[in-house]
Design a protein around this ligand. Structure first.
Ligand SMILES: O=C(O)C(=O)C[C@]1(C(=O)O)C=C[C@@H](O)C=C1
Length: 106
């Protein structure tokens, strides 16, 4: 293999390793969102919290050190938040369905 082949291979291995860490962190974040979802269910709070979402996006834009620009980081986090919200809704729906089933049973 030529030198560029080796360098590229090394960098791709590094990307794979980083992707593994990113997946772990994304799931840890999703787990926190699910726990927040439980609190919302207990207290009757809506899942969608636009003010908090704005704060999250502003926070990641502020801490971003590049080379991704602020817009790119915010777009990525919009997707991450979308998925967290979707997960919270799924769990909420499953919970509501379980409750309806339990009510029908009695
Ligand atoms: O902080 C919350 O209330 C969450 O549910 C987490 C989160 C997020 O992913 O950051 C998701 C949905 C809400 O609209 C706001 C923020």
């Amino acid at each position: 293999m030529t030198d560029p082949d080796w360098r590229m291979r090394e960098l791709r291995e590094r990307i794979d390793a980083l992707d593994e860490q990113i997946v772990v962190l994304l799931n840890e974040r999703a787990g926190c969102a699910l726990r927040i979802g439980e609190i919302k269910r207990e207290t009757g709070m809506p899942i969608y919290q636009p003010g908090r979402e704005r704060d999250v996006l502003e926070h990641v834009r502020r801490v971003n050190g590049g080379p991704l620009d602020g817009g790119a980081v915010m777009r990525l986090f919009e997707r991450i938040i979308d998925e967290a919200r979707r997960l919270e809704r799924e769990v909420q729906k499953a919970h509501d369905a379980g409750r309806t089933e339990a009510e029908t049973d009695t």
